[in-house]
Design a protein around this ligand. Structure first.
Ligand SMILES: [Zn+2]
Ligand SMILES: [Zn+2]
Length: 169
């Protein structure tokens, strides 16, 4: 759904959308959309900016960084963000943009695409490091066994392991 400047000039816009798995493009990321993502949003014009606020809920899925097990990552977030016309960027000091990067969005053309807002906000909210549990032991680098499930007998090749000294004694 496109929230257009044209409509916002007349009145504030409210929107409720549900994005089925696959509806939003997470292909360039390590996340998958396994469940619907729902958004309730309200947009209004604030000068040249479009202010969008709302709530997003649902869940993503990603592989644990250590053991590759798929984990569900619940999403429940509130957002409140001004979107600036892309054309304005050229007029701004570069430094200023870097500072405000996370607090401002940009739109080009006729308005803000709600699907882009949802995708962006969801990606900002999920952790950079994905682990199924804090003490996940990961895959054995030698045999590939998931060490959470099964202890293997491989000798550790990586001597920089914090426990490497134990083996030497
Ligand atoms: Zn894991
Ligand atoms: Zn092994």
């Amino acid at each position: 759904m496109l929230i257009t400047l044209q409509e916002l000039e007349l009145h504030r816009v409210t929107a409720s959308e549900t994005y089925a798995p696959g509806a939003l493009d997470f292909q360039e990321t390590k996340f998958r959309q396994a469940e619907p993502l729902a958004v309730n949003a309200e947009a209004e014009l604030a000068g040249k900016e479009i202010r969008v606020r709302g709530h997003i809920s649902g869940a993503l899925e990603a592989a644990c960084d250590r053991c590759l097990e798929q984990i569900r990552i619940p999403v429940a977030l509130d957002f409140d963000l001004p979107y600036r016309p892309m054309e304005e960027i050229a007029l701004e000091e570069e430094v200023e943009i870097v500072e405000d990067e996370l607090m401002i969005g940009f739109f080009s053309g006729d308005g803000v695409n709600l699907a882009d807002v949802v995708r962006e906000q969801v990606l900002l909210s999920v952790p950079m490091k994905i682990v199924c549990r804090p003490d996940c032991r990961g895959l054995c680098p030698v045999c590939g066994e998931n060490r959470n499930d099964k202890e293997c007998d491989c000798s550790l090749q990586y001597e920089d392991s914090p426990f490497a000294f134990l083996k030497k004694n």
